[in-house]
Design a protein around this ligand. Structure first.
Ligand SMILES: Nc1ncnc2c1ncn2[C@@H]1O[C@H](COP(=O)(O)OP(=O)(O)O)[C@@H](O)[C@H]1O
Ligand SMILES: CC(C)(COP(=O)(O)O)[C@@H](O)C(=O)NCCC(=O)O
Length: 398
């Protein structure tokens, strides 16, 4: 609720002007990115916050809703008048409806609903295109965006703009898309798997009766996967199978131990079930990602999508899988704005199509409090940086 109020005014009771909204409506979550101009920007041309050139200073805001709660999202857009952030269509300027850039399956599925409830026309943008545009933008324009996460150590990666491509982008949403990125707008979706974030949440919900995704993640924090997973040592009488490089503690078969006794589901702690499930899915995605990186000789893999949720065990498992299978050759990296790639890409597409002719300044800085150098305290469920923070930036008339 505080967040709503914060958006409506700038703290001095001046209404904040929203001048761009873009949506990414996926299988699980709807993501919103919108720009609010700094108050007073246009009133005082000598003010420090007035950008050089003909740009407008302001902030990019991020918000998300569960897709099943689409009505809350409509209400949020309506209450905060975000739909004024669309554009008038050049081909038909007399049409007084707002056109909003939208990507993801929901741009198709919910287009009638948006028209009916808010009078908004959703202007569809391709999902893969938007993911790549969003990732390239973040990697080039935002300091402290990409980081590695291994053994609880988070380290931000300095991106060399001249040496960014090629890379593999793995977007772990409800399902998983793997995209080889060769440049701005140059990419190919090389693989995917249906065993993704929706699988973890769906199976986890059925098996543990959890009511929310965060609760399921929280459970995994306290669980022990050894109770349910069959380890190499279980099969080999407690010793390593060193000839093929498997230690006795490596998982030989996820959930495999459940068949070797007469336990029912209720005999297992939900914490242990959640832990095994999270590990199985993260490990599997890490492995498939590595295999695809190997196919194309890619050394860098960036993981986006809301499955990772800044969660240490998830990122650690993915990193270990990539490290293990590539024998240290490939590197897993994560993005702070993990789940907002598509929405950012849709936001950027206003400029690409020269309709509203806006361009985000390439020197975006995340506020200091939101980006620390390294994080070694291994916070299990990191605070949701994405939702609560906004990004200072300038938007330029093209
Ligand atoms: N609050 C949440 N509710 C549901 N799923 C969540 C939540 N937070 C993170 N997730 C995870 O993120 C996945 C969705 O990620 P996202 O990148 O938004 O994909 P999509 O575009 O398919 O919605 C879910 O399947 C789930 O694993
Ligand atoms: C169909 C999708 C692109 C939709 O994106 P999402 O809403 O999951 O982010 C994605 O779920 C996906 O890539 N699934 C994997 C399908 C496959 O390659 O087998």
């Amino acid at each position: 609720m505080d967040r709503l109020r914060e958006i409506e005014t700038d703290g001095n009771s001046n209404p904040i002007q929203i001048s761009r909204l873009a949506l990414d409506m996926g299988g699980s979550l709807i993501k919103l990115v919108y720009f609010s101009r700094n108050s007073g920007d246009h009133e005082d041309p000598l003010n420090d916050s007035v950008p050089i050139s003909n740009g407008v200073n302001g902030r990019l805001h991020f918000a998300k809703f569960e897709t099943t709660n689409i009505n809350d999202c409509l209400q949020f857009i309506s209450a905060n008048k975000l739909f004024f952030g669309g554009f008038q269509h050049q081909e038909n300027p007399t049409n007084d409806r707002s056109f909003i850039k939208a990507t993801g399956g929901g741009a198709y599925k919910f287009s009638e609903l948006f028209k009916e409830k808010l009078g908004i026309i959703l202007e569809k943008e391709d999902e893969m295109d938007c993911l790549v545009t969003g990732a390239n933008f973040l990697l080039k324009a935002v300091n402290h965006e990409a980081f590695t996460y291994l053994n609880g150590q988070k380290e931000f990666v300095q991106i060399d703009h001249n040496d960014l491509y090629p890379y593999l982008l793995v977007n772990i949403g409800s399902g998983v898309s793997m995209i080889k990125v060769d440049g701005d707008g140059k990419f190919e979706r090389v693989s995917g798997t249906s065993v993704g974030g929706g699988t973890f949440w769906g199976l986890g919900k059925l098996l543990t009766k959890c009511q929310s995704f965060d609760e399921l993640l929280e459970l995994s924090q306290r669980g022990n996967n050894r109770v349910i997973d069959m380890l190499v040592g279980d099969i080999y009488g407690g010793i390593d199978y060193s000839k093929i490089g498997l230690s006795s503690t490596a998982i030989a078969s996820s959930f495999g131990r459940a068949v070797s006794n007469s336990n029912e589901l209720d005999d297992y702690k939900p914490e242990d079930v959640s832990r095994s499930l999270l590990r199985m899915i993260s490990n599997n995605i890490g492995q498939i990602s590595y295999l695809n990186a190997l196919r194309f000789g890619l050394k860098r893999i960036f993981f986006g999508g809301f499955f990772t949720r800044g969660h240490s065990y998830t990122m650690d498992t993915i990193s270990v899988a990539v490290h293990f299978w590539s024998k240290g050759e490939a590197k897993a990296m994560f993005l702070r704005h993990e789940g907002f790639l598509g929405a950012l890409g849709a936001f950027m597409s206003y400029e690409r199509h020269s309709l509203g002719d806006l361009m985000v300044n390439q020197s975006v800085q995340i506020p200091v409090d939101a980006s620390s150098g390294t994080d070694t305290n291994c916070n299990p469920l990191e605070r949701d940086l994405n939702e609560t923070e906004s990004m200072q930036c300038s938007v330029y008339q093209a």
